[in-house]
Design a protein around this ligand. Structure first.
Ligand SMILES: CC(C)(COP(=O)(O)OP(=O)(O)OC[C@H]1O[C@@H](n2cnc3c(N)ncnc32)[C@H](O)[C@@H]1OP(=O)(O)O)[C@@H](O)C(=O)NCCC(=O)NCCS
Length: 157
């Protein structure tokens, strides 16, 4: 449960442990998370009042935003929630000034690369050794592949 405390005119809300777990599912580096969370907007997908998914966006350059984190609780994955979260961000961005949406994922994230392409993202570059050089202390494996490179993807609106 999210704890809300009302103090005079401000409201302080503690990030629920479950939400932090979801954020870590989307990005295993606490250091990276703590770096971008303060500069980002967070949207939650809820089912019957419970948080089942999360998407985090951060403005990077003029008219550009990056999806810096996306995660769906394991038991709710492959039901279209991730796609809905991305489509929500796209439609929201289309209503504003944003012209480019970016997203990055590891070379091992075959399903993520499929999902992002289905949503309209194109591969625009590769940050070689990103996961080895930047803040990821543990080795990450997915689909039997070590996560070493960041696949950079973009969508023009
Ligand atoms: C990546 C993630 C957010 C996708 O959310 P999701 O709700 O499971 O995805 P969706 O159900 O919307 O899937 C949409 C498409 O992605 C693909 N896809 C997603 N997960 C897949 C899987 N495990 N196996 C095969 N295809 C998959 C499918 O092609 C699907 O396309 P379809 O609609 O044509 O069937 C979710 O799997 C997740 O939280 N993973 C762990 C955290 C993570 O990796 N975050 C991203 C870091 S870059």
């Amino acid at each position: 449960m999210t704890l809300k405390i009302q103090i005079e005119e401000i409201e302080i809300e503690e990030i629920d442990n479950n939400i932090y777990e979801l954020l870590l599912l989307g990005d295993s580096s606490k250091e990276m998370l703590n770096d971008y969370l303060g500069r980002s907007q967070i949207y939650l997908a809820k089912k019957s009042g419970n948080v089942v998914g999360i998407i985090v966006i951060m403005p990077t350059r003029p008219k550009t935003l990056e999806i810096v984190n996306i995660a769906v609780r394991e038991e709710f994955q492959k039901k279209g929630i991730g796609k809905q979260l991305i489509n929500y961000v796209i439609s929201m961005a289309q209503k504003g000034e944003t012209r480019i949406i970016e997203i990055g994922t590891g070379n091992c994230g075959i399903n993520q690369i499929a999902l992002y392409q289905k949503c309209g993202f194109r591969i625009v570059g590769v940050d070689s050794d990103f996961f080895i050089k930047h803040h990821y202390k543990e080795e990450i494996y997915e689909n039997g592949i070590q996560c070493k490179d960041m696949i950079r993807m973009q969508m023009y609106l």
